[in-house]
Design a protein around this ligand. Structure first.
Ligand code: WT7
Length: 650
């Protein structure tokens, strides 16, 4: 990508004139935020409602022998009260959530007052089921308002939610329930996406037969479809039966700023998924502030983030950020391609959406169908577009801008991670000229740097590993039950710095261009997956002796999953076996981990010490076989020739 030849989209004057932050303000505030974080964040913290305002602002150590991250540690607040109660007087009758169902005929609106009532009743119901402050509750839910209410109800009583994406398998769910030790699971009978039912309750039933899940006392079930489900008396409870009879008065529990708000599992390069622990004060401040400034959110606008609440994007930018700001947040149950590819635009017109925040994958999938998919809508209400989850290629960026945004809307390409809690690098649309494919400049308080493999900080225009030099309020504080792994994963690669796992380039203008993961993490359609997770699933199959998983460039998904499998002695390769292994992984992890390509391999390229040389496997999968680089350390070079010869076209 040569940005010299690239189009720059300057900030429009009319936009800057009405924006919260213009260029001058960005530069001044950014400078203050890094020069004097204590006073900057003390001032910003006032945007929240505190039961006890904090005097201690920032207390952080990134030293690998003592990673300790605290923000506002003597302050007290409640996240749910910040999202609901404080808006009742000024905007009680304003829509808080606009819900758009899977079927276009199915939608409803909840005002702040209604959301507050429903959440308070549910919070009382949780209490009646014995959920206490500090307990964890696992949510495995469709994209329905009850999912937001469940998160907020937990926050209201000081319980810690752990949302598990509804596309994960029973095993993946069980693993997360056990790790978090949840006594309660909240789910629905079924979810509906793209006209198809997903058997959520059935999945919970089978998850709860797994070892260690006896910790679960109750399953609270929302009736979404009325579909047929099994019922376990004494354990299962209908949501409506217990919630409807509760009082709508439930005082919000004052929480310390550093009390956990939620745990959210994500994949890393090794081992099992890790539960990132996010706390109350700093997280909420970061989510709210970025939501206002990055999306330039103005009172009364309809804002739509098309993510699922099962991911961090849904936490920060469907629920906490927008609601803390008193915004109207649109929640969509379905998929952009159902009933037709025009749906996304039709939803924008129907609800007069001003701001759309979506993924490069969604954009590329629509783009593949051609410009005419947008013919059924005008999208005149749009003012701003956002992208998240993976690098957006300039071609998709341009299409997003031209076709979806009618050349009227700036695009904010927002780089961040589950670990960062909120947006870290992104244009502020009234302040920063846009370059398609670049996440541009850091948000307030964020100090990115690029380092070489030895951890030396690199200056000027260069490529490098992306690190963050100092803490920001929304940062995850630890890995649930495993602080050592937290330190190991993020703070031991480069001493004194937070390592993101991403590679990045900085250009002459100081713009950041994220190039993708430099570790063994895949990003498939914006979903993050560890190659190790998929490999350990495969080798658990009797037919598999060894497996290696790599990503390869995929036109729509960004990355596809390419698998090399060595079969156990006596097992014959066949298409049926490929299908079986595909089903195996889907069942083990979930449909998002479906292999795109399986190649049978007699052997895998290894060093003499037995380490698989993934660099080579990645090159073969990407069909870059002329540039394999140094192969002199290979134990058996003939393995590589064999793999090249039998490469599967994709
Ligand atoms: C990884 C984090 C951020 C919430 C959703 C994903 C990649 C994310 C961008 C972007 C290039 C991006 C990175 C990052 N990523 N946003 N705008 N440009 N890459 O959160 O599942 O924790 O994944 O997604 O590789 O490390 P996540």
């Amino acid at each position: 990508m040569t940005e010299q030849h690239q189009h720059v989209y300057p900030v429009r004057e009319e936009f800057a004139a009405n924006a919260w932050i213009d260029n001058e303000k960005y530069l001044a505030m950014y400078q203050q935020s890094v020069d004097d974080p204590q006073s900057f964040w003390a001032e910003q913290a006032r945007r929240l409602d505190w039961v006890k305002p904090p005097n201690q602002i920032k207390n952080v150590s990134f030293a690998s022998n003592n990673v300790d991250i605290r923000w506002f540690e003597d302050g007290e607040l409640n996240a749910c009260a910040n999202c609901l109660d404080r808006h009742l007087e000024t905007r009680g009758e304003q829509p808080a959530i606009i819900w758009e169902g899977d079927e276009p005929s199915d939608s409803k609106t909840l005002t702040y007052r209604e959301l507050h009532e429903g959440t308070s009743r549910l919070a009382n119901a949780l209490k009646s089921l014995g959920v206490k402050k500090g307990d964890t509750v696992t949510l495995y839910m469709p994209m329905i308002p009850e999912a937001a209410m469940a998160m907020l109800a937990c926050a209201r009583i000081g319980a810690i939610h752990s949302v598990v994406f509804g596309g994960f398998s029973p095993d993946a769910l069980a693993q997360r329930v056990v790790d978090a030790q949840s006594k309660l699971v909240i789910t629905a009978d079924e979810s509906v996406r793209g006209g198809k039912q997903v058997p959520l309750k059935d999945n919970v039933d089978s998850a709860l037969t797994r070892e260690g899940t006896e910790v679960v006392d109750n399953v609270l079930v929302v009736k979404r479809t009325g579909g047929d489900i099994d019922w376990h008396d004494g354990r299962d409870i209908w949501y409506h039966e217990v919630v409807d009879k509760q009082s709508n008065d439930c005082p919000a529990e004052p929480m310390n700023a550093e009390d956990p708000l939620f745990v959210l599992y994500t994949s890393g390069s090794t081992g099992k998924p890790k539960g990132l622990k996010h706390t109350t004060g700093g997280y909420l401040l970061h989510a709210a502030m970025t939501h206002q400034y990055v999306f330039d959110y103005k009172d009364g606008e309809v804002y739509w983030c098309s993510a699922d609440v099962g991911w961090v994007t849904g936490h920060s930018y469907i629920v906490y950020g927008p609601l803390a700001n008193g915004a109207t947040t649109l929640m969509f149950e379905g998929v952009p391609s159902y009933p037709t590819h025009g749906r996304l635009g039709e939803i924008i017109d129907k609800h007069q959406v001003s701001i759309l925040y979506t993924s490069p994958t969604a954009v590329r999938a629509l783009m593949a169908h051609g410009d005419h998919v947008m013919d059924s809508s005008s999208r005149k209400s749009l003012r701003l577009l956002g992208s998240v989850g993976e690098p957006i290629n300039p071609e998709a960026w341009e299409w997003f801008y031209r076709v979806i945004g009618n050349e009227q809307c700036p695009i904010v390409d927002t780089w961040w991670q589950t670990e960062t809690g909120g947006i870290m690098i992104s244009p502020l649309p009234g302040a920063i000229d846009l370059k398609p494919g670049s996440a541009t400049r850091p948000f307030f308080g964020v100090r990115p740097a690029l380092v070489d493999n030895e951890g030396h900080i690199l200056e000027g225009a260069t490529d490098g590993n992306l690190v963050i030099l100092d803490s920001w309020p929304g940062q995850a504080r630890s890995i649930w039950n495993n602080h050592e792994r937290f330190v190991q994963t993020y703070f031991s690669t480069y001493e004194g710095m937070y390592f993101t796992g991403d590679g990045c380039r900085r250009d002459e203008d100081g713009y950041y261009w994220i190039t993708g993961r430099v570790d063994d993490v895949l990003n498939v359609s914006g979903h993050r997956m560890g190659t190790a997770e998929i490999e350990s699933s495969l080798v658990a199959h009797d037919a598999v002796a060894e497996a290696a998983v790599v990503g390869y460039p995929h036109d729509i998904k960004g990355q596809g999953i390419y698998i090399y499998v060595t079969l156990t002695d006596g097992v014959e390769p066949s298409d049926d076996l490929k299908k079986e292994l595909t089903q195996w992984v889907r069942k083990d992890i979930g449909p998002i981990a479906s292999p795109d390509v399986i190649q049978w391999a007699d052997g895998l390229p290894k060093t003499r010490s037995g380490k698989i040389m993934r660099r080579i496997l990645r090159k073969i999968a990407a069909n870059e076989v002329d540039g394999l680089g140094d192969t002199s350390t290979l134990a058996d070079p003939s393995v590589v020739e064999d793999l090249i010869e039998n490469r599967v076209n994709c």
